[in-house]
Design a protein around this ligand. Structure first.
Ligand code: AMP
Ligand code: MN
Ligand code: MN
Ligand code: MN
Length: 283
């Protein structure tokens, strides 16, 4: 089962990806993906399109989203899979999570203006596919376009991370709420790319412990943002906490993403894949 080519994490123009749900589906199918999920940030507006496109390409589909959460003063991402995309509680929760993004974007632009970069709000907006979902990625694309930086990675390092002029502290959803929105809508909650967080060992232990206590059941073991060593490490964490394992590229754009859809290592055999727990939610 774990050799199935499942890609359960990627982004479309509905959040901060550059491809439409339909173009992503075509690319995933061409890359041999059998089970796919589109997981836009704080947004499920692309789910019906993605499911329909998956069907056209003969792929199985799980509904998806990636919810921004604040835990121990750090931003953590929780992927939700296999929920009812029309669930009212889920829609309300994601709407509330998106609500602060407009004001935050204005503040990011004000910070960049102080660093000598004018009109970044208007510049970022040109890259936005969904007016409710303006993200740091859109600012990064604008700064690459204007030649301020050579790629989006450099923009983040120089301007958009903590301590830099375009960084704005923000309070996202609570861990408990995000897990509850997903599970109440019939889905399964997954800790996204755990190696990306700058937690102490104690904070990370607290994250996994509280996540489980709230009903979370999975963790990304193989992702586009893990090294092989990090996948080995989080395979061990999955076993330790009795969590199922997920696999996803976190693909955003052909020009920016190092890991293409479906082009990543298989899950280690000894783990339970999340899709085994979601058999009755697969479309
Ligand atoms: P936001 O939700 O507006 O804070 O934006 C977060 C998004 O920025 C992530 O989902 C990534 O797509 C992108 N991102 C974060 N850090 C980096 C980085 N170091 N390099 C490139 N993209 C990044
Ligand atoms: Mn993103
Ligand atoms: Mn993420
Ligand atoms: Mn992502």
């Amino acid at each position: 089962m774990s050799i199935l080519n499942a890609d359960l994490h990627c982004h479309s123009v509905v959040s901060d990806g550059t491809l439409t749900p339909e173009a992503l589906a075509a690319r995933a199918a061409a890359n041999g993906v059998h089970l796919w999920s589109l997981t836009d940030h704080d947004e499920i507006g692309g789910q019906h399109r993605a499911a329909a496109a998956a069907r056209e390409h003969g792929m199985r589909y799980l509904t998806g989203t990636e919810i921004s959460v604040t835990f121990a003063q750090e931003t953590v991402h929780i992927v939700g899979l296999g929920f009812d995309a029309d669930d009212a509680g889920m829609r309300r929760g994601l709407q509330a999570t998106r609500d602060g993004r407009g004001e935050r974007a204005r503040e990011i632009a004000a910070g960049l203006a102080q660093a000598g970069i004018a009109d970044a709000y208007e510049g970022a907006l040109r890259y936005v596919g969904n007016p409710e979902l303006i993200s740091r990625t859109h600012f990064a694309r604008f700064l690459v376009e204007t030649g301020t930086c050579k790629d989006t990675g450099e923009v983040f390092r120089r301007f958009l991370v903590e301590g830099k002029p375009g960084f704005v502290p923000h309070r996202w959803a609570a861990l408990k709420d995000a897990v509850q929105w997903i599970t109440d809508a019939g889905g399964l909650a997954v800790i996204a790319h755990p190696a990306r967080y700058r937690f102490t060992a104690n904070e990370e232990y607290a994250l996994f412990t509280e996540f489980k206590a709230h009903g979370g059941r999975g963790v990304e073991v193989v992702t586009g943002s893990h090294t092989t060593a990090e996948s080995v490490r989080y395979a061990e964490t999955a076993r330790e906490f009795g969590l199922a394992a997920s696999r996803g590229s976190d693909f955003h754009s052909p020009d920016e993403s190092h890991t293409d859809l479906g082009r990543l290592p298989h899950l280690p055999g000894a783990l339970t894949p999340v899709w085994e727990l979601l058999a009755d939610r697969i479309l």
